[in-house]
Design a protein around this ligand. Structure first.
Ligand code: C5P
Length: 257
């Protein structure tokens, strides 16, 4: 069974407060995009392989964590063989690992015949990571709590642009640790409250954002905890030293599993 595992963008991202459990309360508009990985699953000897040699394929990988969780929750015993074709940049704020975890839960639900409802899969997904539940939504969602409380929104079929991905990456906990609260309220449609934290860890990201505006993009916003930026506006074939530009557009749930 081969499934598409899409990336996500955050069109806006508000950080409200730090919670006693260490997580931050957020409000964000999430959108699934046509950039994604492909995962091939079969029941057999438990094994994960990946086209990207830099990605750990051990028990720290969310795909194997998802398989463990599915075994625990369903009470079923099986081995899972997975091959991951990795296209989503890592440490980019694009939700690649979370998406892979959601895809694994979905595949196991089908392959084992467990036939668990999608609301249960959302719940189980939230135990693996704050962004996992979103990938069981319709593709455009207002997410609250840690990110796992999902309100479906109208699709944004015309949304498109470029991702700009610098060679550097950022770890999500490191960025959240740098957030200085309270933050000033943004009155913009597109913003990301994690930008100041990410920019203080990596000042070159602020320079990149300026350079992207300098190229003529009308709206440049970091996605999630970075380091990728979503760039909107009329720029044909953008080129910038060391930066990977990926054309992306919004997709809806019917476009993936
Ligand atoms: O939920 P997930 O495992 O993806 O989160 C990784 C880390 O990011 C958490 O351990 C926490 O430090 C931080 N985080 C946060 N607030 C959120 C989501 C993540 O502080 N809403």
């Amino acid at each position: 069974m081969r499934l598409f595992s899409p990336a996500k963008l955050n069109l806006f991202f508000r950080v409200l407060k730090k919670r006693p459990d260490g997580y931050h309360e957020i409000e964000s508009l999430y959108q699934a995009i046509d950039l994604g990985d492909y995962l091939t699953f079969s029941i057999g000897k438990e094994q994960l392989t990946c086209t990207d040699p830099t990605l750990p394929c051990d028990q720290s990988n969310l795909i194997l964590k998802a398989a463990n969780l599915f075994r625990k929750k369903s009470g079923l015993e099986f081995g899972l063989q997975v091959h991951l074709e990795k296209n989503i940049p890592i440490q980019a704020g694009l939700g690649g690992g979370s998406s892979n975890a959601a895809t694994t839960l979905w595949a196991l639900n089908v392959l084992t015949g467990a036939n668990v409802g999608v609301e249960k899969l959302k719940e189980w997904g939230a135990e693996l990571g704050s962004d996992v539940s979103f990938f069981f939504s319709g593709g455009t969602a207002f997410c609250r709590g840690r990110g796992e409380i999902i309100e479906e929104m109208e699709p944004l079929p015309r949304l498109q642009g470029y991702l700009a991905k610098p060679p550097v990456g950022l770890s999500t906990p490191a960025v959240y640790q740098r957030v200085a609260l309270p933050l000033p309220l943004s009155d913009q449609a597109f913003f990301n409250d994690l930008e100041p934290a990410a920019f203080s860890l990596m000042p070159e990201l602020a320079e990149l954002k300026d350079a992207l505006y300098g190229m003529g993009f009308e709206q440049v916003t970091m996605t999630g905890s970075g380091t990728a930026f979503f760039c909107q506006g009329n720029v044909a074939d953008p080129v910038l030293d060391g930066v990977r530009f990926i054309p992306v557009k919004a997709i809806q749930r019917s476009d993936w599993y």
